[in-house]
Design a protein around this ligand. Sequence first.
Ligand SMILES: Cc1ncc(C[n+]2csc(CCOP(=O)(O)OP(=O)(O)O)c2C)c(N)n1
Ligand SMILES: [Mg+2]
Length: 592
Amino acid sequence: MTHEQVLFTYVGAFVDELARAGVRHVVFAPGSRSTPLAVMLARHPDIRLWLHLDERSAAFFALGMAKARREPVAVVCSSGTAAANFLPAVVEARYARVPLLLLTADRPHELRDVGAPQAIDQIHLFGSNVKWFVDAAPPEATPGMLRYARMLAARAAATALADPAGPVHLNFPFREPLMPLSPEEDAPAEGVATGITVSRAPRVPDPATVQALAKELAAARRGLIVCGPQTDPDLGPAVVGLARALGFPVLADPLSHVRCGPHVDDVVLDAYDAFLRDPALVERLAPDLVLRFGAMPTSKPVLLYLQRHPAARHIVVDGGDGWEDPALLAAEVVHASPTHLCSALTDLPLSQHWERGAGGEGRPTWLTTWQQADRAARGAIAQRLAGMDELFEGKVFAELAALLPEGSTLFAGNSMPVRDLDTFFPRSQRAIRFLANRGANGIDGVISSALGAAAASDGPLVLAIGDISFYHDMNGLLAAKLHDLSATIVLFNNDGGGIFSFLPQAAYPEHFEALFGTPHGLDFRPVADLYGAAYTRIATWDAFREAVAQGVAASGLSIVEVPTDRERNVALHREMWRAVSAALAGEVPAWA
Ligand SMILES: Cc1ncc(C[n+]2csc(CCOP(=O)(O)OP(=O)(O)O)c2C)c(N)n1
Ligand SMILES: [Mg+2]
């Protein structure tokens, strides 16, 4: 065999096994060293290649796709700083548990650390942020080495998916010449047809664990379920079934996939971020047991509330062997699939305990108190928003709740959008999916992640993003133009970092604008022109509704700019919380 035949046969076996392992989408940033991977991926009938020109955006685009599809998505690049640009997305994938495959091309061993061009140390480039790193063996086309190439692909995909999911890095040393062969020149495919199957099963809890937990839950009088960011769409129905059986309220972060969908009923609470700011209520709602699923919720008041009641028995359920307990409150960690655990518990006769035995002040009162607080808070917010003509960032999410059709995805940027989503988007039986980059909470790569999710979604996608986050990833907009993607971007333009006005830093005006507020004065309209997007800067709510409805219905990219003022935004939020407190004082009964 010629050098090229060896190279392309080896890479062909790897790519074919990648497809067999379920990798359907690969994002690709151009370069010479990655030619064998690029050519063999482009040739594979079951793989779709998505070109992106900027590696940082490419990796975030792949992350968004992998997040939305809940399957491994690969991203390919050349050697050198190209590979280094993957790092921010790798970090996010690590902490958000996203199965991302990093395929980097490298110089062969003899050209490392000897001053060769575009050669950097790519060994363990992403450090402890990846679940598995392999510096692949140089290509050979013996049957044994072709089986090795297949093993790499099968194992990389399986490792990325294994709970907790995360990124895997394969580094490929390729020796020149790298010119592709035409398919007719391919070497005979020796050993290429034999694939590897990796079986994967959720961690089904054993009956003894379920029984022991059922006993604890049945004994609790003031139990609470907290659902934070996680991606299993089946958790919603399972957790609501359990909450019903137990008479426990469910605090449902939008990113838990529990807040919206046909499973939703009145045990699902959505206004906790507002009513748990009320100190009297935080005291009154003392739990004796907390059952947590997913990551810690975005809401700071929820975290403070949980920390205020450390005596409650905290049980954290994790489907892998992760440890989601930033408040260090867990008394028990259950490593079992949350959905399976909820179903197994619900199958037991849990509710009999409290319905018959708990007495006059049993769980129904506890649940009702939470529900009343939730209703009062949501009512106060809705009332205040209804009469509001001025543009307020929080109101955008209440408007989107009414505007978004069934099957939509709402991607929320970090900083204020993800928080306002939590506070202002009410629960609903409509299937709306919420996504965000909450692994590492970066304001980078958000546009690319959202467009990756758009490329992987059937329904419409709306991205709600702040101006600095938008600026950070303007390069990401190119994906929409290159791949004819449809998305609507709601751009909150408060000319700077609005979140900092909520923080103690705001009390030091002499440095505040220069160090935290950071106004940039950018007009984003020409950016829309550059990337061929429709652009509307709205001034009224009617204009907002019209622009979003149009964006959602149209194909292509639409940007809807909502101009707001940072200081006024804080004042309006505080007014909202005061209105909630006033409503609570009138409506929630005292409960011993
Ligand atoms: C990559 C990265 N750099 C910096 C930060 C720190 N940071 C958090 S929020 C924020 C400002 C975000 O401003 P914008 O996107 O306009 O949202 P707003 O605060 O106005 O809602 C910054 C700089 C971060 N989270 N990630
Ligand atoms: Mg801003």
